[in-house]
Design a protein around this ligand. Structure first.
Ligand SMILES: Cc1cc2nc3c(=O)[nH]c(=O)nc-3n(C[C@H](O)[C@H](O)[C@H](O)COP(=O)(O)OP(=O)(O)OC[C@H]3O[C@@H](n4cnc5c(N)ncnc54)[C@H](O)[C@@H]3O)c2cc1C
Length: 386
């Protein structure tokens, strides 16, 4: 375990105690029925963990991204899936950095008590995908309101949230100097939106992840729900996205430790050819390699989180942590399923469930290719490819 990971023993102990109240069977049943683990998320909320990043003056714990990543890591390490609640952590970053004092006072205390959930962020669109600055959802100012039209896809936890952060274009692409200009961030109060200009259509998918298509037809958002300056939303959302990448890196690391522990225990016990399969170096080496790569990814995750907490640029570290951790957890997942043989495919071992869950992070919230492209262009200064 890297030195930095040792610094938070009390935090980890408290989380492990809470997570241990929710068995593998509990998570498996929710996966099988595609239901939301309400009791687990309520327990995390009531213990204050999902308000970790809210400053103390607004009723939160005032902890940093570093501690928030540990919360996510421990959930996944326990056999759970932080995808049910991670939105609350990174969306907070957007509100904390972009929101006015009035907006923070309006929403943060209620989020801290659990009265309001800020679990959703709507960026991705069906026709433009990763090419975010081309997104087509528009918000047009009319009097003291913005009127929103367009469509989003893969927007998660909408049915288990009260507030949603929305990225929409307020100035047409043809009228801005830089393509990242003219985008704005809004806070959508979902009770005033669903059925009143916003429709939600759930998407059945490979993991138990509540995610949806959204359709906007003249949805009205009060002007006081604009976060930050109109037209400057891309920069505000990027701060949140970098926090998201770091948190998801930590979830992947939690998954990787889960896979490594699970397969380590199994290969010591499973006897084939009259000896434990873990005695074969062909079995040991992939597990050892996954351990090495997870430990290295963990260091980059702490580096990214530390830089975020210091308020210095951390785009490169957040992206690199996400890539390294997603690759390490995928490598650990493959070793785990492989050395469980046929049993890896049986639901009661939980390996196939965690395998499906960790696969998502090769694609979302940003694909591996797009991270490599970011590093090539923005870190190495190679020619822009798109
Ligand atoms: C379960 C789930 C939950 C999600 N939750 C949310 C959410 O809450 N909010 C939200 O806004 N979004 C969410 N997303 C969307 C997610 O962020 C996107 O799916 C992801 O960013 C990839 O975008 P895309 O699906 O449009 O893929 P595309 O942009 O169509 O890309 C497809 C693939 O092509 C490759 N590719 C594309 N362009 C290039 C290039 N220039 N060079 C090399 N390779 C390239 C990449 O490998 C990529 O994986 C979620 C997605 C899933 C599956």
């Amino acid at each position: 375990m890297p030195f930095e990971a040792d610094q938070h023993a009390d935090l980890r102990e408290a989380l492990r105690a809470l997570c241990s109240e929710f068995s593998a069977e509990y998570h498996r049943n929710h996966d099988e029925k595609a239901t939301y683990p309400v009791e687990f998320i309520d327990a995390l909320t009531n213990a204050g963990w999902l308000a970790a990043m809210i400053p103390e003056e607004f009723g939160g714990s005032g902890l940093g991204l570093t501690e928030a990543t540990i919360v996510m890591e421990e959930i996944n390490r326990s056999g759970g899936n932080a995808g049910h609640c991670h939105g609350q952590m990174y969306n907070m970053g957007t509100l904390l950095r972009g929101g006015s004092d009035e907006q923070k006072a309006r929403w943060l205390p209620k989020i801290a008590t659990g009265e309001l959930r800020l679990q959703s962020m709507a960026v991705t669109e069906p026709t433009t995908g990763t090419d975010t600055t081309k997104l087509k959802t528009t918000a047009v100012k009319k009097g003291d309101k913005y009127v929103v039209n367009g469509q989003k896809v893969w927007i998660s936890r909408v049915q288990h949230s009260d507030l949603m952060i929305l990225l929409a274009r307020t100035t047409p692409l043809s009228e801005v100097k830089k393509k990242s200009d003219g985008l704005s961030v809004f806070m959508v109060d979902l009770k005033d939106a669903i059925g009143k200009g916003m429709e939600v259509k759930p998407i059945r998918n490979m993991v138990n992840h509540e995610t949806n298509e959204l359709f906007f037809d003249n949805l009205e958002i009060p002007e006081e729900n604009l976060i930050g300056e109109e037209g400057k939303g891309f920069k505000i959302i990027l701060g949140g996205l970098n926090a998201e990448r770091t948190l998801i890196a930590a979830e992947c690391i939690g998954d990787a430790w889960w896979f490594i522990d699970k397969v380590g225990d199994y290969v010591k016990e499973r006897i084939v050819f009259d000896r434990p399969i873990g005695q074969n170096q062909g079995v040991q080496f992939p597990i050892a390699r996954a351990y090495v790569n997870t430990s290295a990814a963990d260091l980059m995750r702490f580096e990214a989180a530390k830089r975020f907490d210091m308020g210095v640029d951390m785009g490169a570290q957040a992206n690199m942590a996400k890539l390294l951790a997603a690759d390490a957890s995928w490598e650990a997942a493959n070793a785990c399923i492989q050395f469980h043989g046929g049993f890896g495919f049986a639901a009661e071992y939980d390996v196939e469930r965690k395998f499906r869950e960790t696969r998502l992070y090769q694609v979302a919230p940003i694909s591996t290719n797009l991270i490599l492209s970011y590093v090539a262009e923005h870190v190495l200064g190679l020619p822009r490819s798109f």
